[in-house]
Design a protein around this ligand. Structure first.
Ligand code: NAD
Length: 344
């Protein structure tokens, strides 16, 4: 039987590269479209090293409709899309809102137009728990209210969810699965691919591992006076390979027509809240390496605490987070050492 070809936009990025590996290992063909605005071409070699397969790669922006037309015409048999391509730095989105609205919204519009024209069966969209803001009830379920976004980045996720829902409502023939990620961390156990931020990391784990490696002086914990057991913020940290596997399940579900619903929403998290201080201590215990850190003031826009109720994903999608946090943190450390040319 011919393999399904899945178009992975942003497939050279952090979550996209791990998902590409899982798709290839599950027997799919993968075509990547990435403009490399936040990734490195060597990621393709990493994917090939792990899987023994080299996905087709187009260095193009999803915002370029003509380029997308050409790719869809050339590939002919794209059955599904996983749309990761987006700009994702919350702070930068406050400084450059138009860049974020253009990049994150035009790229989705182009994908949806291509899907209708080229008979693509479904799209998996990368959304985020930021759509819930600070939920009143924890753990948060998919039916929790969507609160006003606190940044242009967060707003693009909400708008994208609405665009997909409106297209489905208008009767388009494809399906959509919207995955609301909690906090993806870690990397592939081989340490061949991982999170590769450019410049000063915006996310906790790359900053933490760089501080542990001595690249940064120290990690700042933004606030220890929140209404949480140790005063620091609480998040639901999800291993990136577990997260990648949720995409494979979502693709299968769409292609096999497993759902009567045309658009579905799933929380992709572990169901456990972990504070920033707990995360630091777990990292130190798991790796034996100290993390120099200090307590700083609260950071504007940070949510106090959020973690997922993943029951819907567990029961309906048939996916569950399985990797223990200490193992995820060891993988993150292995990756940090690897990019510094050292070994664990
Ligand atoms: N990492 C997180 O914490 C997190 C949490 C929730 C949701 N998400 C979402 O998941 C998706 C993937 O995130 P990530 O962490 O892997 O980010 P990433 O920056 O590592 O990957 C995104 C990739 O998309 C590419 N890209 C950006 N704009 C593009 C365009 N117009 N055309 C083609 N390629 C483009 C970048 O070069 C990059 O390789 C994003 O949509 C992000 O908003 C991420």
């Amino acid at each position: 039987m011919r393999k399904h070809n899945i178009l992975v936009t942003g497939g050279m990025g952090y979550i996209g590269s791990h998902t590409t590996v899982e798709l290839l290992e599950a027997g799919y063909d993968v075509t990547i479209v990435d403009d490399l605005s936040n990734s490195n071409p060597t990621v393709l070699d990493g994917i090939e090293k792990i899987t023994g397969q080299r996905p087709t790669f187009y260095q193009e922006s999803c915002n370029d409709l003509d380029a997308m037309e050409e790719i869809f015409a050339k590939e002919k048999n794209i059955s599904g899309i996983i749309h990761f391509a987006a700009s994702k730095a919350v702070g930068e989105s406050v400084q450059k809102p138009l860049l974020y609205y253009r990049n994150n919204i035009v790229s989705l519009l182009n994908m949806l137009e291509m899907m209708e024209k080229h008979d693509v069966k479904g799209i998996v969209f990368s959304s985020s728990c930021t759509v819930y803001g600070q939920p009143k009830q924890l753990p948060v379920t998919e039916s929790a209210p969507i609160l006003p976004a606190t940044s242009p980045y967060g707003n693009t996720k909400q708008i994208n969810e609405e665009i997909i829902a409106d297209a489905i409502h208008a009767g388009v023939p494809y399906k959509a699965v919207i995955l609301r990620y909690f906090n993806p961390i870690g990397g592939h156990e081989s340490a061949i691919i991982g999170e590769l931020p450019t410049g000063v990391p915006q996310n906790l784990i790359p900053y933490l591992t760089q501080a542990a490696a001595g690249v940064r002086k120290e990690l700042t914990v933004f606030g220890d006076d929140y209404d949480t057991p140790d005063g620091s913020c609480i998040r639901d940290y999800i291993d990136v390979v577990d997260l990648a596997k949720a995409h494979v399940r979502a693709v299968e579900r769409m292609l096999n027509n497993e759902s009567k619903e045309q658009v579905e929403y799933f929380n992709i998290g572990t169901g456990h809240g972990v504070s920033v201080l707990e995360l630091i201590h777990t990292f130190e215990k798991a790796t034996g390496v100290k993390v120099p850190h200090k307590i700083g003031p609260r950071r504007e826009g940070d949510i106090e605490q959020v973690w997922a109720d993943p029951t819907h994903a567990n029961k309906v999608l048939g996916w569950k987070a399985v990797k223990p946090l200490d193992e995820t943190l060891r993988n993150a450390w292995k990756w940090q050492l690897k990019i510094r040319g050292q070994q664990m």
